[in-house]
Design a protein around this ligand. Structure first.
Ligand SMILES: Nc1ncnc2c1ncn2[C@@H]1O[C@H](COP(=O)(O)OP(=O)(O)OP(=O)(O)O)[C@@H](O)[C@H]1O
Length: 202
């Protein structure tokens, strides 16, 4: 089992952030808007300058070229990026046959143009794209922000199943106390300049 470890991380106004995310577990991060949740995930993904040490098992972020690190520690931002006109350009050729039913897409989704996708469709496809990359750690920034409650719970269950089965350590930014209760093995909350263990979903 591979742990994701943050030791004395500092980014933006946050400092001394230390956290261990065991393989197969979800640590939820919460905090007020603008408190630095996304920047923290970006630092862990090596997308933003920061201090401190991040490691994944024996691999230390500083020793791994950034593009290699990001293919192992995969971040799904709140606003996903798409490069090709059609959905299928972003996935392996045989992806349609492995379409998870929890995502609620017909097989034809592969032929859809990216420009027609709703924000919730983009979000679900971005999650699937991240899982298709065989990540060793996952960084999810409000992964269900654009989904209705029924779809949210289906996507949560699918994500949790993948995270547990593949033993992926996962940092999951969430605002909704209900979601934190459902998915979190542990929960930390930003207070000012520090990240502190939270009590349950509060
Ligand atoms: N590259 C940057 N340089 C300087 N400041 C930045 C940079 N990126 C973000 N910020 C600022 O850092 C603060 C934290 O931003 P961040 O996006 O991490 O907040 P957040 O906690 O994810 O908020 P929300 O819940 O609203 O998404 C904000 O005040 C933002 O304007």
């Amino acid at each position: 089992m591979t742990d994701l470890m943050l030791e004395n991380l500092s980014v933006g106004t946050l400092s001394n952030v230390s956290l261990t995310v065991p393989g197969g577990q979800v640590v939820c991060l919460s905090g007020p808007s603008g408190s630095g949740k996304s920047r923290l995930l970006r630092a862990v993904a090596d997308l933003e300058p920061h201090g401190g040490r991040v490691s994944l098992g024996d691999a230390v972020q500083l020793d791994v070229p950034a593009h290699q690190w990001r293919s192992r520690v995969v971040m799904v931002p709140a606003d996903s990026q798409w490069w090709f006109d059609e959905v299928q350009g972003h996935f392996p050729d045989d992806a349609a046959s492995r379409l998870p039913s929890a995502l609620g897409f017909p097989p034809e989704v592969m032929g859809w143009s990216v420009s027609r996708l709703s924000s919730g469709e983009r979000q679900r496809l971005a999650l699937w794209r991240a899982l298709a990359l065989q990540p060793e750690a996952l960084l999810l920034d409000e992964p269900t922000a654009n989904l209705d409650s029924e779809t949210t719970e289906a996507v949560e269950q699918w994500l949790l199943g993948e995270i547990r089965q593949r033993q992926i350590p996962t940092l999951w930014v969430a605002h909704d106390p209900g979601q934190i209760r459902r998915v979190a093995d542990a929960h930390s909350r930003i207070h000012g300049t520090s990240l502190e263990p939270a009590n349950g979903s509060d």
